[in-house]
Design a protein around this ligand. Structure first.
Ligand code: GLN
Length: 484
């Protein structure tokens, strides 16, 4: 039963084919059995088993809610009341939140069971889950060589792909839901900026961060999105926009829809196999009745540099709260300044320090106009590019990442090459658009490849509709047993 989709699990629970307690036990055993994947930072087995018992009772009493008894994994940057939340950092190693994030409280309110908190790049900064203080995550698709799962939501991606949970949450600031989904052969959906509340998510870059579901199927992503989306008075950037029944769009015909193929997404250095699968994806959608249209997004090439200016600027400000005084890790020192300095020197890893340095630099008096303000102007142009393109097409189809997952120790050594992983995903965050990554096939080395669909603001239902059609046509294999 562990490899069923959320949709099937929901049916199985309601028809009493299996109980939530059996299901929860099964996942806890698998988490132990595959602990070498290092997908979880904290496993909350006892709490999960207790909630599963309560859910079984509700099901028996005919009082079940939308996700009653369904075991999920939660990225370790959603604050979970009473359960340690580290954001992948030493800085928050012993941090037990006194309150619940809106996203997780909505999931709990729908009856979901939390198995634990998943590993991630430190403060969500990374594309390979190599910056976590709690160690690397292994991509369950690894065969002869260990592969990275992508990042920063690498633990969530690995947990879903390896069937250690039914589905998981991730967060996406520049691609952290979609890129690990692509690397790990699962579905990842990043909603429109403002669709989901950011209240209680450890902040990285507040104008870009969004929570999103990571699931085995497009339909499952639609089910979770419906539950976590919607206005929240605790997040002033959350939108009052109505939340449609996304699930009803999975399986709807895509006849007559226009799919744009942006030529700027063909870049030097990308894998030939990724290009082939991109073409195949377009052909599959055409066979399903869609019209393929070539489009151009001329400002796309400036998205990555703009992202690494805006994201770092916001991060440097957001991370200033970790001073060793209010909460989290504290190092010793004789003066207040010494405490600040030692805390931040010992508490943050190298990548986080690099981002803080870049961020404070681009915001400094002498460079503010040259970098930060310029990046904001570029952001506006990129957004405009998309808005005018969406007058001609319904959705865009691109690769999610330029390559498939890379092996441990074969990852880019210099940070800039690592940042190139995000080249196709950051545009959606810069423009605030929703995007989804859907697995399309395996390359010659047996590594998953994902394609990305982008839709206009608040049109996630189009991602579900076209994503489900693509998924059905691609017939991507779910990961079977992992040889243990
Ligand atoms: N890989 C990107 C970065 O390191 C995106 C991270 C994210 O979306 N959280 O900034």
């Amino acid at each position: 039963m562990y490899n069923l989709s959320l949709h099937e699990i929901r049916k199985g629970l309601l028809s009493k084919k299996f109980s939530s307690l059996e299901l929860t036990r099964c996942f806890i055993n698998r988490i132990e059995k595959f602990c070498d994947l290092n997908a979880f930072i904290t496993v909350s087995a006892d709490l999960a088993l207790e909630s599963a018992e309560r859910s079984d009772k509700r099901i028996a009493d005919g009082k079940s809610r939308g996700l009653e008894g369904i075991p999920l994994a939660i990225k370790d940057l959603f604050l979970t009341k009473g359960i340690r939340t580290t954001a992948g950092s030493k800085m928050l190693e012993n941090f037990i939140p006194p309150y619940e994030s809106t996203v997780t409280s909505r999931l709990l309110g729908a009856g979901a069971i939390f198995l634990g908190k998943t590993n991630m790049d430190e403060f969500a900064m990374g594309s390979a889950n190599v910056t976590s203080y709690y160690g690397r995550v292994v991509n369950p698709w690894s065969r002869d060589k260990k592969l990275v799962p992508g990042g920063s939501s690498g633990g969530s991606a690995a947990a879903v792909a390896a069937h250690l949970c039914v589905a998981a949450t991730g967060s996406d600031t520049g691609g952290s839901v979609r890129q690990p989904a692509a690397f790990s052969g699962i579905v990842g959906l990043k909603p429109t900026y403002g669709r989901c509340s950011r209240y209680g998510m450890v902040a990285f870059a507040s104008s870009l961060d969004q929570a999103g579901p990571m699931t085995k199927t497009v339909r499952d992503a639609a089910i979770l999105l419906k539950i976590i989306a919607g206005y929240d008075e605790k997040d002033s950037t959350s939108f009052t926009e109505e939340v449609p029944d996304f699930e009803s769009f999975a399986g709807k015909s895509i006849k007559g829809l226009k799919i744009g193929i942006p030529k700027e997404y063909r870049i030097p250095g990308m894998s030939e196999e990724v290009i082939d699968f991109w073409e195949k994806g377009a052909a599959l959608l055409k066979d399903a009745g869609a019209e393929i249209v070539d489009v151009s997004l001329p400002y796309s090439k400036y998205a990555l540099p703009a992202y690494y200016i805006i994201a770092t600027a916001e991060a440097s400000s957001n991370l200033s709260r970790y001073d060793g005084v209010r909460y989290g890790f504290r190092a010793g020192g004789l003066t207040l300044n010494e405490i600040y300095e030692n805390t931040r020197a010992e508490g943050f890893g190298d990548e986080v320090k690099r981002r803080i340095l870049i961020g404070t630099y681009v915001l400094s008096a002498g460079y503010y106009d040259a970098y930060y303000i310029k990046a904001l102007k570029v952001r506006k142009l990129i957004r405009q590019d998309f808005i005018s393109t969406f007058e001609k097409v319904d959705v865009l189809l691109t690769p999610t990442a330029p390559t498939s997952a890379f092996a441990f120790n074969e990852e880019p050594q210099d940070p800039i090459t690592m940042y190139l992983n995000d080249i196709f995903t950051v545009t959606a965050n810069i423009a605030g658009l929703p995007g989804i990554s859907v697995p399309i096939g395996l390359d010659k080395l047996g590594r998953p490849i994902g394609l990305q669909l982008l839709a206009p603001h608040f049109r996630e239902e189009l991602l579900v509709q076209v994503g489900a059609a693509l998924e059905e046509a691609a017939n991507f294999p779910s990961l079977k047993e992992m040889g243990r």
